[in-house]
Design a protein around this ligand. Structure first.
Ligand SMILES: N=c1c2ncn([C@@H]3O[C@H](COP(=O)(O)OP(=O)(O)OP(=O)(O)O)[C@@H](O)[C@H]3O)c2ncn1[C@@H]1O[C@H](COP(=O)(O)O)[C@@H](O)[C@H]1O
Length: 105
């Protein structure tokens, strides 16, 4: 399942050498972190609106936009989707309620 994320991460890395005129990702990199964060905010809002509407196709489309832009942020910061997947794997089986209780100890 993470093959597509690995391939996307490779493309996002390669786009660091691309021209903003020929690549949407290179254009975002050139605009800088704030522009990437703005897109993430927009896509998160669009995801919320799609979920409120309740149409499965629209939710999938908007979550894909959101995931894509978070992957752009990760690449811009020198990180990879695999880093996030590893963190999720580390959390696997640890109840959020238990983790929260441990935090307050
Ligand atoms: N997965 C995506 C992907 N998902 C969404 N998008 C773009 O993200 C933007 C989403 O923003 P909006 O919906 O707000 O549309 P918009 O109004 O055109 O965006 P803005 O002008 O406001 O930034 C659109 O331009 C989409 O085309 C993506 N652009 C690229 N990719 C992947 O990234 C690769 C590299 O892309 P380039 O760098 O453009 O070659 C591609 O081959 C794809 O694999």
């Amino acid at each position: 399942m993470s093959d597509i994320l690995d391939r996307l991460a490779e493309t996002l890395e390669a786009r660091k050498q691309a021209s903003p005129d020929s690549s949407y990702v290179a254009k975002l990199y050139a605009k800088g972190t704030d522009a990437i964060l703005k897109k993430i905010g927009e896509e998160a809002t669009e995801t919320v609106m799609a979920a409120k509407d309740g149409q499965a196709e629209k939710i999938i489309y908007e979550v894909a936009d959101l995931w894509f832009h978070t992957c752009v942020l990760l690449a811009h910061k020198g990180l990879k989707p695999a880093d996030v997947l590893n963190e999720l794997a580390r959390r696997e089986g640890l109840s959020g309620l238990v983790e929260k209780a441990n935090r307050n100890e």
